[in-house]
Design a protein around this ligand. Sequence first.
Ligand code: RB5
Length: 148
Amino acid sequence: MKIAIGNDHAAVVMKNEIMEYVKELGHEVKNFGTDREESCNYPEYGEKVARAVASGEADCGILICGTGVGISIAANKVKGVRAAVCSDTATARLVKEHNNANIIAFGARIIGIELAKDIVKAYLSAEFLGGRHEARVAMIAGLEERFS
Ligand code: RB5
């Protein structure tokens, strides 16, 4: 898969390690994040990854900031994006299986690198289950239409 990754200053080290790990898993990864540890603005990087995913340039995305929250809130403003913060592997699997999340986010100040890798693996290995979940995901798209 083609994976877009993005981060702010809080997550440069973790981003680099996750990029290597994603390649080890056999995926392509494109870096949309900052490589500098000077303070910057996470919405910018959330938007870049969200646009790459929404346009089809990437199959899915990984976002990392201090908590994973700000950058995912920003990404979720882009139409077609379903970004989910994950701090455990069960959530990482379920956001793909049930919500068809096309971006996962986590916090470099919240979880360690080994858990971050496990979360990425759980998410990338999971498949959307469709069925009853299809209609619910369609309802989310409906909300986007009504409020755009
Ligand atoms: C940056 O200090 C921090 O606010 C950011 O990385 C993130 O945690 C925001 O949600």
